[in-house]
Design a binder for this molecule. Structure first.
Ligand code: FPP
Length: 247
């Protein structure tokens, strides 16, 4: 039985989020420039997107560029943005063929013009696709997202559109970039780091966390299947006892 066959298709995570880490270390280990690490990282993105669409995992969210990543050397930021543009151009047909909708979260206005317009173009072209929603977190930071949400809600209170007692979790959810996405079920981080790094802090409240030593450019669909099998062997109690869940 292959790893894929062992997966229970009735208990797939609905929303999988991935912190793709380790591109730089992968390149360094091979004596290559960091850009080669990112280039090979984008090949891993392609394989994982296709595998998720096939399973299917209906929502896949990838941490492609954080608000903190703007502090990297200018050349590396430019390389990542170029890679984003070329991947979008190259993969639009794959998205259309696999019925995948492209979505993006983050402070997208901070992206360079070319990256922004290519992103908007691909999102518009794929907006009616329904097999899977692929969300790229770009110039994304969870604290920025929560701060923006608080500002928007406060303004509504100030303008007497709502009162403080109207504020509940649903209202907060509806102001986040992820308002159209379900909560994260499984979060994977590659490269042996055990951190969340300002990613989807609100949305991972009940997510299962999975850490692997594998560096992102080496991450293949078999690694994904292992993570999903591991997830399926866990008991998700959402604060309840085992006995309440299985009387
Ligand atoms: C982390 O590796 C990865 C990133 C900062 C960017 C992720 C980008 C890609 C996988 C490539 C392109 C993506 C798309 C969607 C086209 P790191 O550089 O932090 O690695 P290190 O921690 O080993 O230095």
């Amino acid at each position: 039985m292959t790893l894929e066959e062992k997966i229970d298709k009735n208990r797939l995570p609905k929303h999988l989020a991935v912190i793709m880490d380790g591109n730089g270390r992968w390149a360094k280990k091979k004596g290559l420039f960091r850009s080669k690490g990112h280039e090979n990282g984008s090949k891993a993105v392609r394989e994982i997107v296709e595998a998720c669409a096939k399973l299917p995992v209906p929502y896949l969210t990838l941490y492609a560029f954080s608000t903190e990543n703007w502090n990297r050397p200018k050349l590396e930021v430019e390389t990542l943005m170029k890679l984003l543009v070329s991947s979008l151009k190259k993969e639009i047909d794959t998205l259309l063929d696999n019925d995948i909708r492209l979505n993006a979260i983050g402070s997208l206005d901070s992206l360079p013009k070319k990256a922004h317009s290519e992103l908007m173009y691909v999102m518009e072209r794929t907006k009616d696709n329904s097999q899977m929603t692929l969300t790229l977190a770009l110039s994304y930071g969870s604290r920025e997202e929560i701060t923006k949400t608080i500002k928007e809600i406060s303004l509504k209170v100030k303008n007497n559109l709502i009162s403080p007692s109207d504020i509940d979790e649903t209202m907060i959810n509806n102001h986040l970039y992820t308002r159209d996405l379900p909560d994260v079920d499984l979060l994977i981080r590659t490269s042996g780091e055990h951190r969340i790094s300002n990613f989807l802090l609100w949305q991972i409240a009940y997510a299962e966390l999975y850490f692997t030593e594998t560096l992102w450019p080496d991450f293949r669909k078999e690694h994904l299947f292992e993570a999903i099998l591991n997830y399926q062997n866990r008991e998700r109690r959402f604060g309840k006892t085992s006995e309440q869940l299985y009387p």
